[in-house]
Design a binder for this molecule. Structure first.
Ligand code: F6R
Length: 240
């Protein structure tokens, strides 16, 4: 694993966007795995800037999001569909049919949706560059501690801490989804290259353990040690 430490979240975002832009220029039709959350917000802003100012072309790029809440309509502002649309897709020249996000809408046939998603990734030729954040409990995508390293896209129960972190985005505690559809650890490890992003002091412990502790299913992010092409971009605070 290569580790790059940047001074702060802004420089982390710039480095991540530059790495992604370079990959797109080399391979305009690449497939990206994309996270949501706070950490990648600056990276999406930088990519939008590169589209506007440098003509970075997304017209052939394919994207697969890592996860989506279950039981939340796609049109709800807290859904990852809404996040991707408003933070990124609306501002670049990506084709909507080239973007995919697990569908966690109420009433969805979840088994069929999880199978569809794995098949869509496979049919696209796999993910070339997958970007992941990390939870304070070491989750990657929504693979919470205890997730099998053989796991693929499936429904998961969110850990209490993950639900607590999401609370600020919802009007009441009762509204926070308790479960999600997430790609699995195996799905993540099959990506050709992985970019791990971590920002802020609250992530320092999880990052240190993910990079240095023995690989264990009790710490999902430690699975990244098993991959031969991972770049971690951390800001000073997350390095601890
Ligand atoms: C989101 C995702 C999560 C987040 C993680 C960190 O799509 O897969 O694993 O990356 O919870 O979230 P932030 O960046 O908000 O600290």
């Amino acid at each position: 694993m290569r580790v790059l430490v940047t001074p702060d979240h802004r420089t982390l975002s710039e480095e991540a966007a530059e790495l992604i832009a370079r990959s797109i220029r080399i391979r305009p039709g690449l497939a990206l795995g994309l996270p949501t959350g706070n950490t990648p917000l600056g990276m999406y802003q930088e990519l939008v800037k590169k589209h506007r100012n440098e003509g970075l072309d997304f017209s052939a790029v394919r994207t697969f999001n890592l996860d989506e809440y279950l039981g939340l309509a796609r049109t709800r502002p807290q859904s990852y569909h809404s996040y991707m649309q408003t933070r990124f897709f609306d501002h670049i020249n990506i084709r909507r049919e080239n973007t995919d996000i697990p569908d966690g809408s109420p009433g969805i046939d979840v088994k069929a949706e999880c199978d569809r998603y794995e098949n869509a990734i496979r049919d696209a030729g796999g993910i070339d560059l997958l970007i992941v954040g990390i939870g304070t409990n070491g989750h990657i995508a929504f693979n919470e501690p205890g997730s099998s390293f053989e796991s693929r896209t499936r429904v998961v129960s969110l850990a209490p801490g993950t639900i607590a972190s999401a609370r600020k985005y919802f009007a009441s505690e009762a509204e926070v989804p308790q479960s999600a559809i997430t790609i699995g650890i195996r799905t993540i490890l099959e990506a050709r290259r992985i970019l791990l992003l971590a920002s802020g002091q609250t992530k320092a412990k999880a990052v240190e353990r993910a990079l240095r502790d023995p690989v264990s299913e009790s710490l999902p992010a430690s699975a990244l040690q098993l991959h031969s092409d991972v770049i971690a971009i951390l800001d000073e605070a997350a390095r601890g």
